[in-house]
Ligand binder design. Sequence first.
Ligand code: SF4
Length: 212
Amino acid sequence: MNIVEIFESIQGEGPDTGKRTLFIRTARCNLRCIWCDTKYSWNNGVTYHVDELVKIIEKYKASDISITGGEPLLQKSELVKLLKLIDKKKDIKTVLIETNGAIDIRPYLVFRKIKISMDVKCPSSGMTEFNLYDNINLIRKQDVVKFVIKDGVDYNFAKKILDERMIKGEVIFQPVYGADLRTIAENIIKDKLNVRFMVQMHKYIWGDEKGH
Ligand code: SF4
């Protein structure tokens, strides 16, 4: 697989926030979100054989793994091979696959340990036209749908999707770093939305430092 970085950190977002996690950040992305905070992942990285990745996972004694990007689902055949190997490892509890929501998630739903964290891109990203809305219907109870919210336009966009669709997994509203947290929080309460509002904890610990 083509990988930009592998590092250990504390999970700063999503359903497993706070857990020590091994991050495998894949190279390349099919989107270009305006506020992307990992632009360095758009380029090619270093190629690893999946067996090498499994050895690295073992070396870190990682029980929680996040495969993020870039966009991991661009490397479908290698990713499936890696997930097959990981699925057999009894020391690994969960593998979170973070995807941008623009690629079919079906090939990954067969693996026991996989949780999907899928974005639905809001207007401030400049990428809403790439949302694959059929993916939302595939989201299971253990998966997560994430809206990254910058302002009122994004908030109303996300709210409209929630009004129109039944989402089985948890819904997370995650503010863009520096967004007006209080307004978003108060709107969630006023509108009685059943979502989880979460800031990116790692940004409060390490700021924009790479590798966290
Ligand atoms: S999908 Fe993720 S990695 Fe790709 S451009 Fe958007 S924020 Fe960046």
